[in-house]
Design a protein. Sequence first.
Length: 157
Amino acid sequence: MPNIASELVEVYVFRVRNTLREYLLLQRSHNDELYPGIWQVVTGTLQENETALECALRELREETGYKTFKCLWNVPIVNSFYDAKKDAVQLVPIFAIEIHDGTEPMLSPEHKTYRWETFKKTISLLAWPTQRWGVHIVNTFIGTHEPVSALTQINAK
């Protein structure tokens, strides 16, 4: 029977430019061992004794250089996938962060480039179906007038 693990987080970073929401996509370096060249959201592995929220904020800083943001939410779904190497089902907490418009990321060596894209284009570029679903949930419910947006907002600046 596979183990249940929760060792990763995903962070969906967006900005609002001229009333249009744009999502930050990072392209992994082509020489990276794990999934070279794919487009992804900010993703990271929890360190020992680190909470999922602490990991999300650390990964945001490490992968994009962003230290400040407008707003932060814990997205009310958990992504999951089966990790065959570890024989484990991974449960992945998701966070959404709205960045101030006019700021650009400073990438870590893990990524070769970035793009700000519309919801529709973001969906077409992401490799993983669970990340596509995560962007759909963020786009529909987070930073909107939906009640869940206020209920899941985190005050952690």
